[in-house]
Design a protein around this ligand. Structure first.
Ligand code: DOR
Length: 439
């Protein structure tokens, strides 16, 4: 038995925000209350800290198999628990691509040996990400996939969207769409506009994102299926947020996510961080950033997701034109979100925690994101007020491609518990690679 004593327990799944104790027994939440009397053998004092459900990320690139030089199941989940995440849903753009039941089974088997938290796979919508040969969604689901996606290989045609929608609704899986028409994005490496011109870099127009969402909407209009669920990945632009606000008034089931970097940064980060701020979709302008914050607050955007996308230093050192897109984000997700949302008073702490816990769990229909009695004891304990400067030496990800390096952020994860076990405490991941055994 473990008792977390005297924290501010915030669990939006049960409308809870109160100082009290949390008792964990046999890997589950056993009790919550103002002053629990127990004979727990381990008592952890958490006065002054916030106790929340472990965070749930619907968009993580773990790079395993095939790109283990960037990240692997152990280092990726090590970064996850250091960031307060206890569930991560991993993207299929690995090598080989996660596009068959066998590959899902292999990933899940290795997950049991290497991961520090719960890892749930997404399956690719097409074989090898070659867009025209669709995967067997039913088999992927049966093997354990929680959604299907075209992430990093955006669908370009109505015909393909229609085919994906028909399959996804038949098997009841959400389709996580990377919405981008490449005719707008072209060879762009950063947001299109004055700054790109000034830096002499090809631009990636925001209209491409809107056109991508419209493509899926137009395909949906053909039969207006109520049981199809479109989840729009990594929203970056004001016009797209406005369009999704309208779509939510229609009968289409659409949910959307935003990444901490799009909430906290603008294209200006490219000046300072170069390729470490190169991400797809790109960081955009202040109006876009503000519109994303407003859309998250009013529910147009349902959740915060990291799009943790590790790349090696030598890859990012190739410069803006050649470096791959992507930034690491698991360890800075909470601090970047608190800095962008809590500091300026845009959202309250319980509202922000909801976007990292129960809301993502609901989008994919997962258990988790809650501290209800009887739930798995997945817990994040953090100090929402502690400010710190992000430093590569403190990061647990194998890659260090973060646009927040050197920046002061607010909020620090102190303790992460996965199924009742303390896996991260006071800056240290407590389980070595050999000792990793995931739920
Ligand atoms: O920046 C990105 N990186 N966007 C994507 O869509 C893919 C991701 C990656 O896999 O590196």
């Amino acid at each position: 038995m473990t008792l977390l004593r005297g924290g501010r327990i915030i669990d939006p799944s049960q409308g809870l925000d109160a100082v009290g104790d949390l008792l964990i027994e046999n890997g589950k939440v056993a009790a919550l209350g103002p002053s629990l009397t127990t004979n727990a053998e381990t008592v952890i004092e958490v006065q002054g800290l916030t106790v929340a459900p472990g965070f749930v990320d619907l968009h993580t690139h773990l790079r395993d198999p095939g790109f283990e030089y960037k990240e692997d199941l152990y280092t990726g989940t090590r970064a996850a628990v250091a960031g307060g995440f206890t569930t991560v849903c991993c993207m299929p753009n690995t090598r080989p691509v996660i596009d068959t039941a066998e590959r899902v089974a292999d990933l899940l088997q290795r997950r049991r040996e290497s991961a520090l938290c719960r890892v749930l796979p997404l399956g690719a919508v097409s074989r090898g990400h070659h867009n025209n040969l669709l995967t067997d969604f039913a088999a992927l689901r049966q093997a354990g996939c929680v959604a299907v996606t075209d992430d990093a290989f955006p669908v370009q045609t109505h015909a393909l969207s229609t085919a994906i929608q028909a399959r996804a609704r038949r098997v009841g899986l959400p389709f996580v769409a990377h919405c981008e028409l490449v005719e707008f994005a072209g060879q762009g490496v950063m947001n299109e506009g004055e700054l790109a011109d000034e830096l002499g870099l090809p631009g990636h127009a925001a209209q491409g994102e809107l056109a991508g969402v419209r493509l899926h909407w137009l395909a949906w209009l053909q039969d207006q299926a109520r049981d199809f669920h479109l989840h729009v990945a990594h929203l970056s632009a004001e016009a797209t947020a406005d369009f999704i606000r309208q779509l939510k008034k229609s009968k289409m089931r659409v949910t959307a996510e935003v990444c901490p970097h799009h909430l906290a940064l603008t294209e200006e980060a490219v000046r300072e961080h170069g390729a470490n701020a190169k991400v797809n979709p790109p960081l955009r302008q202040e109006e876009d950033r503000r519109a994303l914050v407003a859309a998250l607050r009013d529910g147009t955007i349902d959740i915060i997701a990291t799009d943790h996308a590790p790349h090696a230093e030598w890859e990012k050192d190739q410069g803006m034109l050649l470096a791959p897109f992507g930034v690491i984000a698991l360890e800075t997700a909470l601090p970047a979100s608190l800095t962008a949302l809590l500091d300026p008073g845009e959202m309250s702490l319980p509202e922000i925690i909801a976007k990292l816990t129960i809301a993502p769990a609901q989008v994919f229909g997962l258990d988790g994101g809650t501290l209800k009695v009887g739930a798995q004891a997945n817990v994040a304990v953090f100090d929402p007020d502690q400010r710190h400067v992000v430093d590569t030496k403190d990061l647990y990800s194998k890659s260090k491609n973060s646009p927040f390096i050197g920046r002061e952020l607010r909020g620090r994860v102190i303790l992460t518990i996965v199924e009742g076990n303390v896996v991260f405490r006071e800056g240290a991941v407590l389980i070595s690679r050999d000792g990793a055994k995931s739920p």
